[in-house]
Design a protein around this ligand. Sequence first.
Ligand code: HEC
Ligand code: HEC
Length: 515
Amino acid sequence: MLDIRVLKALALTFFLSFTAGALLAQEGDLDRGEEIYIKRCLQCHGEDGDGLGPAAERLNPPPRDFSLGLYKFVTSGFDADMPNDGDMIRMITDGMPGTAMPGWGDMLSEQDILDVLVYIKYFAELEDEPETQTDFGVQVASSPESIAAGRVLFEENDRCTECHGAEGRGDGIKRLRDDNGDRTWPRNLTKPWTFRASNDPRDIFARISIGIPTTQMPSFADPASNKSLTIEERWNVANYVASLAKTEEVVNPANFVVQGTRAEGALPTTPDDEIWASLKSSTFMMVPQIVGGERFFTTANDTITVRALYDDAKVAIHLEWDDRTKSIPGDAKAASIADAELYEDAVAIQLPREIPTGMEKPYFLMGDGTDPVNLWRWSSGSTDKPESAGIVDAMGIEDQQPRGDSGDFQATGSFLNGTWRVVMTRSLRTSAPETDLQFEEGRFVPISFFAWDGSNSETGTGHSMTTWYWLQLKPAPSMKPIFYGALAGLLMFLVLIWWGAKGAARGRKARDDAA
Ligand code: HEC
Ligand code: HEC
């Protein structure tokens, strides 16, 4: 059999003879490009550019297969069969948020990027230029009128709601696969930090016009589509989509404390009570649990928003997080959308068993023998059983004991348009101070959160989680010391998660080497 390198050299000569002119024009150097590729890109995109690098296995979405020459975030025409160089340069420079594709702008020079571009184009022997370009026309500035017009078009004929849902949270209930057969989810348009390009109207206009090649996201410039839109209409829809961004609530690193408010009347017991929306909220970043037990790298939930109210007797904590699917085991429709295994959706609050005296907190993943934790847990239920709630005593991930009797602890949830809202209540003080946290007004209580998306096969130790934050019933005069302590804590947490990911990679390499 011919050596792969010989084949490559042959392909290369062939390719060069066609594209020599183009190479000169963009001044990329193929040999330097190969060197950079081997060092920086091969681990994910693979030696042959087929997207099957050693790290690819646990990435979702998977690395691009350059041998197909198909790119997603392009500005060439919807009917062109290749991107503009500028499109690829942009993705290489800035990276692709919400995926493993890093931005290289800080590490590689402009020349390096041109060199590596020539190399990745060679995998598919891409010609020098796309035959058609997207017409951006005259941009319509955002205004209340444009946004309102865009909303009508977004909903009309189920044009965008079909996949992106009534409020744009990506909860249009359908099972989608891309051309490679990989599972894809419509983007949650309220979370601009998950956009691969950006939520600038110009980028959104490009996506609406061209679609996202190889995925189910269609082109709305294609006159063959019965849902196609004029240029002006596409700008209106783009302005509407940009207006969906949750700006107030987006994770704010300076925000480390859930401020509990003293209730003026009776504590609300339902998650949809209007009072919750009027309270100050804190939104925290969630990351995959990859430190202990069975790890899970591709969790679906990435943020959780928390509010708290209390009175003389009880505390009520309100949790809100986006989840595209209501996961109901036993339900045929839910099963048809879910990944292989369908479990209940669930959420948990983690609290230490005692309020620590200093800044010390239990181990962030379910405590340990010295510092046990209480988990307040809620699960969404299945066709056979209603939602359920209870307290779990944990001393580490391997030692979790659900209680037979959880006292007056209660939790209830409601799901609407891609968002779960759950409220949990418990007495401030209980008759079992040796096992239950006793709340005290004004004290800082460590608190953290776990969430499971059952349609994404998350169960047991496969879940997303936050690091420790603080709950304080009653605002403090100054939060500076807490802020710096918590910032250090967050950094530690990210280092541990990163270390967990490296550990898994080392483990797999060792297995591969042994095999
Ligand atoms: C840690 C893994 C990883 C590394 C390293 C990596 N990539 Fe990627 N890359 C990805 C993933 C994952 C995607 C697919 C994202 C998606 O489909 O949304 C991707 C997509 C791309 C795309 C497609 C953009 C589009 O619009 O379709 C280009 C171009 C690209 N990578 C170039 C590079 C280059 C050049 C390097 C090295 C300098 C590199 N990548 C290194 C993971 C990686
Ligand atoms: C048939 C399903 C479907 C329809 C209809 C649809 N989308 Fe999408 N959309 C998707 C999928 C799937 C993705 C994610 C693709 C991927 O894997 O990157 C997506 C991604 C997007 C993105 C993300 C861009 C980025 O930079 O990450 C935007 C914006 C978007 N869609 C807007 C719209 C708008 C506006 C409409 C209506 C005019 C629409 N979509 C209609 C399926 C759809």
